[in-house]
Design a protein around this ligand. Structure first.
Ligand code: PMP
Length: 349
């Protein structure tokens, strides 16, 4: 791996971050807080939240088994994705490499930051070929984006191929594990010492059932986390989100039950899909969704919308011709989908 001072944008490396009032004074002994120009009334919402989310990080540290100094919390994992561009990529000069198809925000953030985005197609079965991916790397490549389980294909990428990328590439590897709570693979967040160039992403939006509160996590070396902390907005995670996140983490048993239900429903729904005349193929998945190749994705997607069932049409994505992505819902939602598809009449059938 290149040293961080070679990888980080020079202006970020030398940046003096904004020092907010709540960073300067961190004790709790004081009787008068006259430092932050807050309103003294309407406690507790009158006060700025902890900019470093210490209490929440301690709890997440226990659940995820990662030290607090290796954790960044953001406004969804989307914030962490954007920050990696702003920390490492010089606009108009550097590039990033990503698998395709994958999560759309990697490219959107690249475009916003004026960074060249090099998409390398996965194999036909959505597996990763590390050698092929690495061929797209140039001396200006700062980041490689991998996603496992991958969105929209649903499959985990093979460890041998991920490790090949981690060993061969001298820049930053972002491994997005947004859906890892539905998979049985070991998370790379436990291997931060082995791979100092990795940033592992996780979120409360999926298994934890908290997409509305916007809380994403990045796990990385303490040096990389310090860079995130330098660049983020001072109070990037609001108090309500911090409180709700702590609440849901205490309901770990409910979360485990939801995940089990979703995995059971996934099996039932995928099995039912194999009997549908309008379904050509169901792709194996390790996530809370699956990809299905249909006879005509556009037509079926529009038909389902009319039936009040919304799926994700992925037909324009690389390797996803005529594919729709289906999120596993409640048994009632899944039955509504199946009932509609059983009634579907395809002209070509
Ligand atoms: N990564 C992947 C692979 C995703 O599919 C999504 C959301 N669809 C995200 C990240 C964004 O997660 P968050 O809600 O934490 O911003």
């Amino acid at each position: 791996m290149k040293s961080l001072d070679q990888l980080v944008r020079p202006n970020i490396w030398s940046l003096s971050p904004y020092s907010c009032a709540r960073n300067e004074y961190q004790g709790s002994e004081a009787t008068a807080f006259l430092d932050a120009n807050e309103n003294p009334y309407n406690n507790p919402y009158n006060r700025y939240p902890d900019p470093m989310q210490r209490e929440l990080k301690d709890i997440i540290s226990n659940v995820k088994d990662v030290a607090p100094e290796n954790i960044f919390l953001g406004n969804g994992s989307d914030e962490a994705i954007d920050l990696t561009f702003r920390i490492f990529c010089i606009p108009g000069k550097d590039n990033v490499v990503s698998i395709a198809p994958s999560y759309g925000m990697y490219k959107v953030c690249a475009d916003i930051n004026n960074v060249e985005f090099r998409a390398v197609e996965l194999e036909e079965d959505f597996s990763l070929n590390a050698d092929k991916l690495l061929k797209a790397v140039s001396t200006s490549t700062k980041i490689i984006f991998l996603c496992s389980p991958n969105n929209p294909s649903g499959n985990c990428l093979a460890d041998e191929e991920i490790e090949k990328v981690l060993h061969a590439f001298d820049g930053i590897v972002v491994l997005d594990e947004a859906y890892s709570d539905f998979a049985f693979n070991e998370s790379y967040r436990h291997r931060l010492e082995e791979y100092p160039n990795i940033i592992v992403l996780n979120t409360m939006s999926k298994a934890w059932g908290c997409a509305a509160i916007r809380l994403g996590m990045a796990f990385a070396s303490a040096e990389i986390i310090n860079l995130f902390n330098k660049v983020k907005y001072p109070y990037n995670v609001n108090l309500l989100t911090q409180q709700k996140a702590m609440e849901i983490i205490r309901r770990k048993v409910d979360v485990e039950r939801w995940v089990n239900n979703i995995l059971n429903e996934r099996e039932t729904l995928m099995d039912a899909f194999t009997y549908l005349p309008c379904c050509i193929k169901v792709y194996p998945t390790d996530a809370n969704f699956f990809l299905a190749k249909m006879t005509d994705a556009n037509r079926i997607y529009n038909y389902l919308v009319k039936c009040g069932v919304i799926t994700r049409n992925r037909t324009t994505q690389p390797l996803c011709r005529d594919c729709i992505r289906i999120t596993i819902g409640t048994p009632e939602e899944n039955n509504a989908l199946l009932a509609a598809l059983r009634k579907y009449k395809d002209e070509n059938l």
